[in-house]
Design a protein. Structure first.
Length: 680
């Protein structure tokens, strides 16, 4: 018989309906049905023969083997391995692990096949890509976006009460929950209808569930998409079909214009949102292949940095080395930051931070999909936080970063648009992951600066409110031979019968311009900038300009309540200012400085009862910049458990402590601090 030869792989529910569709329209001259179950294949062929006779179809139907498919002009892959799909969201991905081995075996048997391959098996974008990679076939298409687009045009036609042929519009991206209608280019009767088109998006998203609830799975829709696509792919008709194909280094659904069977991409003009949301990286599901390492199979994970502080650790992975390099620099020796092999990250808390605009857009959409969401301020940025099952999801409009956290496993995933914003956020949250572990392990957070005596690890902690001189005290002692452990806060834990262990809390040091000048560091800071160097990116441009001009007059925000300061990386203290860093110590004494500009520096008589000062701990009530929105501390207060704080307070109160008066006379202030340290 005349006409193309088409093979159908799979005699299940979907395979049966699409084979019947092909016979009913008499598209192929010969239809070859292939299935792993011979009895089922014979039964379907007999049923289709009966149908062909009744509708007077010219299609001849026959049973075949995989080898027979090489003689076909096109092959439709609708195989499905027996499994129970327990997924409640993104249903199409539920069968990925089950279907990949069978599809891979078929692809290997069809290596070098020169015809067209239409993949129906879900998840269709992933399966189409997998088939193409294994088989080497040049013309492989996933039909998911075709079905999405047909549904979109139908629902919009029903909404506008016009014939579907009066609607022009496409759905792009991944098939299923992540499909993106191109609202900006949709027309009805030639007129833009973006506002009305939005009204049908919800119906589009709910339609698959409606069908599954009634008949178990979609059958007829995919069959129609196959018939329409085969007509174009076989050169029987010219026209446009939305199909999943390679697009750059990813696979996703885009419109293709077929002329004589040859496809050419023909995407309509897209808005920025449609580009970010629709032209999405098609992600393989986790654990498609056995691997001893949890994250090894994701090819985007090209670099990793591991942090270790006392008993806590976290590994930061990213598809951009700038992110992991930033983490390594930010934490440095304070938290034993080191590069590790990303493929060998097998266990423990993991923070994944990828530059992935499309995944960021998807998370943002999910947060805004009508579920309850709470607006919070995190690190001075507005953030919307919601729940997705056991996961916590969030989006930061200011930073263009999406977040997903699974508290039970300690896994955090950040997806962002800008590298610098992502690097800052990843370092910030990596620190919070470590803090959460330490808080649960009995540590507490003190609002104090700290310096360590190199010869024995004895640590002096300096306390006081904002502007009291904690940072000044630490830096003056560090410039006099002590090692800098922290300039604003430290982590502490009772150890043994009476000791308090201290480890650093890594952060950029905020130094007022006047302090930089008084310490004699102005020339070094200015020279660093003149040579092309930079300080922490959170430093305000006006501070940088002042340093370059040699002007050390304090700068203030418009409200004059907050000083703009030099933001120094931890790793800049030693090469720029000659200050050595410490990685830990044991509390030996307490200092309570007070800066009085016109006074003579000296030790001041009087005691200070630390145990009575609740605000010397960075409690959840005072730590409002980093609220525990991702439940990393699992309910422990941000400053530590009450029992830990009380024990630390009691032990520190028993240590020697001195009040010290400082002034702008740096040499005299250093002398007073040395005197206090010797007294302790």
């Amino acid at each position: 018989m005349n006409g193309p030869v088409v093979g159908v792989v799979g005699a299940g529910a979907v395979g049966q309906v699409l084979a019947a569709g092909l016979v009913s329209v008499a598209l192929p001259g010969r239809l070859v049905v292939v299935s792993r179950r011979a009895e089922q294949t014979r039964a379907l062929v007999a049923d289709l023969e009966d149908m062909a006779l009744s509708v007077r179809s010219r299609t001849r139907v026959e049973a075949g083997e995989v080898a027979d498919l090489r003689g076909c002009d096109a092959v439709v892959v609708a195989l499905r391995t027996d499994f129970t799909n327990s997924a409640v969201q993104d249903i199409r991905r539920g069968g990925a692990t089950a279907n990949v081995p069978a599809l891979g075996a078929l692809a290997r048997e069809l290596r070098g096949y020169e015809g067209s391959v239409l993949v129906v098996t879900n998840p269709v974008d992933l399966m189409a890509r997998r088939f193409a990679e294994v088989s080497g076939c040049a013309r492989v298409y996933g039909i998911g976006s075709n079905l999405d687009s047909a549904r979109y045009r139908l629902l919009l036609a029903q909404y506008a009460r016009v014939s579907p042929d009066r609607v022009r519009g496409h759905v792009i991206g991944e098939h299923g929950d992540r499909a993106v209608p191109c609202l900006s280019s949709t027309t009805v009767n030639g007129l833009p209808v973006e506002g009305r088109a939005r009204a049908v998006v919800e119906g589009l998203q709910k339609r698959p569930a409606l069908i599954r609830a009634g008949i178990g799975r979609t059958r007829c829709g995919p069959a129609g998409a196959v018939v329409s696509t085969l007509r174009k792919a076989l050169g029987l008709f010219d026209g446009v079909e939305e199909l999943s194909v390679p697009y750059g280094d990813v696979w996703l659904g885009i419109p293709l214009a077929f002329t004589g069977g040859v496809p050419v991409p023909c995407c309509p003009p897209l808005t920025r949102y449609e580009r970010l949301s629709g032209l999405r990286r098609e992600q393989p599901p986790r654990r498609l292949h056995p691997s001893p390492c949890t994250y090894r199979e994701d090819p985007c994970m090209i670099s990793a940095t591991r942090l270790q502080a006392a008993s806590a650790a976290v590994t930061v992975l990213s598809n951009r080395t700038e992110v992991t390099d930033w983490t390594r620099r930010y934490f440095g020796p304070w938290w034993a930051a080191s590069a590790v092999d990303a493929t060998q990250v097998c266990a423990g808390p993991v923070l994944v931070a990828d530059v992935d605009p499309t995944e960021h857009a998807a998370l943002t959409l999910q947060v805004h999909d009508g579920r309850p969401a709470e607006e919070v301020e995190y690190a001075r940025h507005r953030m919307l936080v919601a729940r997705d099952g056991e996961d916590i999801i969030a989006t930061s409009p200011d930073e263009s970063i999406g977040y997903r956290c699974t508290p039970s496993t300690g896994r955090l995933v950040l997806s962002g648009v800008g590298v610098m914003e992502l690097a800052l956020a990843a370092a910030r949250l990596a620190r919070e992951v470590v803090r959460g572990q330490l808080l649960r392990d009995g540590w507490a957070v003190l609002h104090a600066s700290a310096v360590v005596r190199p010869k024995d690890g004895a640590t002096l902690l300096s306390f006081g409110g904002k502007g009291a001189g904690k940072t000044t005290t630490a830096l003056l002692l560090a410039s006099a031979g002590w090692q800098l452990l922290a300039n604003d806060r430290v982590l502490v834990r009772p150890t043994g019968e009476r000791y308090v262990e201290v480890v650093p809390w890594p952060s950029a040091a905020a130094l007022g311009l006047g302090l930089v000048d008084s310490l004699g560091w102005g020339a070094a800071a200015r020279g660093h900038l003149q040579e092309g160097g930079a300080f922490h990116p959170t430093q305000h441009n006006s501070v940088t300009e002042a340093l370059l001009a040699g002007d050390f007059t304090p700068l203030w925000e418009d409200s004059k309540r907050r000083e703009r300061k030099v933001q120094v990386f931890p790793d800049q203290f030693t090469p720029l200012f000659g200050v050595e860093l410490a990685t830990g110590g044991r509390a030996a004494g307490l200092l309570f400085p007070r800066v009085e500009a016109d006074s003579s520096p000296d030790i001041v008589d009087g005691d200070h009862a630390l145990g009575l000062r609740e605000d010397d701990f960075m409690s959840g009530a005072t730590e409002d910049r980093y609220p525990d929105i991702f439940e990393l501390a699992q309910g422990v207060d941000g400053g530590g458990r009450r029992s830990a704080r009380d024990e630390v307070s009691a032990r520190l109160a028993a240590l020697p402590h001195r009040r010290v008066r400082l002034s702008h006379d740096m040499p005299a202030s250093v002398a007073a601090l040395r005197k206090a340290a010797e007294a302790i």
